[in-house]
Write a protein that binds this ligand. Structure first.
Ligand code: ADP
Ligand code: ZN
Length: 520
């Protein structure tokens, strides 16, 4: 039976947003927020997170604070809400003094239902004082992964949010993100002190995306072929540098493609014009740096190309996620060369030690993904803490063109043994060094050269072992240690396997030559 609040929520959904039904778990989430419980929402981009705080904010008494890292996104949402007659405002550094006064007045009188605040503004003394006097219904922390140093978008100000919320009288929190690996997830909950929150995680599987990685050889030729196959359809091509964006856009243009460039170094008016041209389908293809795409909701992007390797799986997932929002089959292609990874690594040399280590770890995951012959979908979902048990996804290069399989029982046993004998405290590099029998300083300092497993895999090189270790992970014989990024521990399946082994099939990695790559 529907209760009064259920009816009211449905009515508001229709009246304000124009939707007849909730999507996925939206209704349960909204119910939780209505009840004043801490709530953690993990949903892929485009799944409909905004509604999860907008609707309760409108329905509840008082003002909901929405913390959002991007002023452009804030403005977008405020405009949207105002257009349907909801009083939403933002508080950030772009406001004039009189605008600021007005926003504060309207909030204190309780007229404002949604107050969007940049984290920098939230931590300002004068704003805290004013918020203390207001009636706050709850705080929504959007893009909550910005809290975690282990994510790809760390924002130090995000770490101060909880203290402020406490100052406001410990109002309920809704944290939302589209990119949470188990480690990042734990970080968010710890930092916001919401370990007791109900977690709503929906699947990250994008069934209508066809994943493909191609060696970066004669990439321009491959690119033009792909673009021509999609003539008249919308596509995004991501490049690493502004210079490369210009170069590829020019190259496509002289080949008769209707294309526009986009990067942060361009004049902002031109940039906006190019973005609009893409949205209005005056151009088919945008060649862009990752500055392009945040908050862009074009449903019929039929393909996304990574001309250069992305910096992290999170970034890759988010960028490829812009294809096929309408649910129609779309293609995502990455051109891969290990040289790109090395290039990206150089960018990190000025960062702090922690940041550099993390960036390196994220890059390594990216390289392993590209080189692996295991189902792309399985790998991506595993990265986000989801298991995928289907043999063949039928929509990735590795499933459509499977590599030869080989018996991996003995190899897997060695990996599990190596993790066990090193006491579940080491990472990919260390485990592979132990297996091939490499006496590194680190190996010697732990006397791991004295272990029985030391050198037990000397018939193969480290590269080979890294692939095997990764497949042992993907097959759930070992697991990632959430508390210690990069470290492997034993999984129950692995412990059982040592006692009672069975047949395991593994696949050989792709071999990508770096020779013959196009020159810059
Ligand atoms: P996210 O923040 O998760 O990336 P958004 O909140 O921007 O996603 O929503 C993505 C799209 O889905 C928007 O165009 C939004 O209007 C639409 N949407 C959200 N909820 C519903 C619903 N219940 N029914 C229909 N469309 C919805
Ligand atoms: Zn697959």
């Amino acid at each position: 039976m529907e209760t009064g609040t259920d009816m009211k929520l449905k009515e508001t959904l229709k009246r304000v947003f124009g939707y007849d039904t909730f999507r996925g778990t939206q209704e349960q989430i909204i119910q939780h927020v209505m009840d004043g419980k801490n709530t953690f929402v993990i949903m892929p981009t485009g799944a409909g997170k905004s509604l999860c705080y907008q609707l309760p904010a409108i329905t509840k008494e008082g003002t909901a604070i929405v913390i959002s890292p991007l002023i452009a996104l804030m403005k977008n949402q405020v405009d949207q809400m105002n257009a349907v007659g909801i009083n939403a405002r933002f508080l950030n550094s772009t406001l004039s003094k009189s605008e600021m006064t007005r926003v504060k007045k309207e909030t204190l009188s309780g007229e404002v239902k949604l107050l969007y605040v940049a984290p920098e503004s939230l931590t300002k003394e004068s704003n805290v004082e004013f918020l203390k006097k207001s009636r706050i219904s709850f705080v929504a922390v959007d893009e909550a992964h910005c809290i975690s140093e282990w994510g790809h978008d760390f924002r130090p100000e995000y770490r101060r949010i909880k203290a402020i919320i406490k100052d406001l009288g410990d109002v309920p929190i809704v944290a939302l993100t589209a990119t949470a690996t188990p480690k990042v997830q734990l970080d968010i909950m710890k930092n916001l002190e919401m370990e007791n929150a109900s977690v709503f995680q929906s699947s990250f599987n994008r069934t209508n995306l066809m994943y493909e990685v191609k060696p970066k050889k004669q990439a321009k030729k491959q690119l033009i072929k792909l673009v021509k196959e999609h003539k008249g359809e919308s596509g995004i091509i991501y490049c690493l540098s502004r210079k490369k964006v210009e170069e590829i856009a020019e190259f496509l243009k002289v080949n008769g493609v209707n294309v526009a460039p986009y990067h942060a170094g361009m004049d902002s008016a031109v940039r906006m014009r190019n973005q609009d041209a893409f949205l209005n389908e005056d151009v088919d293809v945008v060649v862009a740096t990752i500055a392009f795409g945040m908050g862009i909701d074009k449903p019929d992007v039929r393909y996304v190309v990574h001309y250069d390797a992305p910096k992290s799986i999170e970034g890759y997932y988010q960028e490829t996620g812009r294809a096929g929002r309408d649910g129609i089959m779309s293609k995502v292609v990455m051109f891969y060369s290990y040289n790109d990874i090395l290039k990206l690594e150089k960018f990190n040399k000025d960062k702090s030690v922690t940041e550099r280590e993390n960036a390196k770890y994220l890059l390594e995951e990216m390289a392993l993904y590209a080189e692996s012959a295991v189902c792309r979908r399985k790998q991506l979902l595993h990265y986000f803490g989801e298991e995928w048990h289907k043999e063949n996804c039928e929509a990735c290069d590795n499933c459509l063109h499977p590599r030869e399989r080989f018996d991996g029982e003995e190899l897997v046993t060695k990996v599990i043994e190596a993790v066990r004998q090193t006491e579940e405290r080491f990472n990919l590099n260390h485990i592979s060094n132990v297996l091939v029998g490499k006496k590194t300083e680190h190996v010697l300092s732990y006397s791991h050269d004295k272990l029985k497993i030391f050198g037990a895999g000397k018939d193969h090189d480290e590269h080979f072992w890294k692939s095997i270790i990764r497949q042992t992970l993907l097959n759930e014989f070992i697991a990632k240690d959430i508390e210690n990024p990069g470290v492997f521990k034993l999984a129950q399946k692995g412990i059982d396997f040592l006692i009672d082994p069975f047949k395991v099939e593994l696949v050989k990695d792709h071999e990508y030559e770096t020779e013959g790559e196009e020159e810059e």
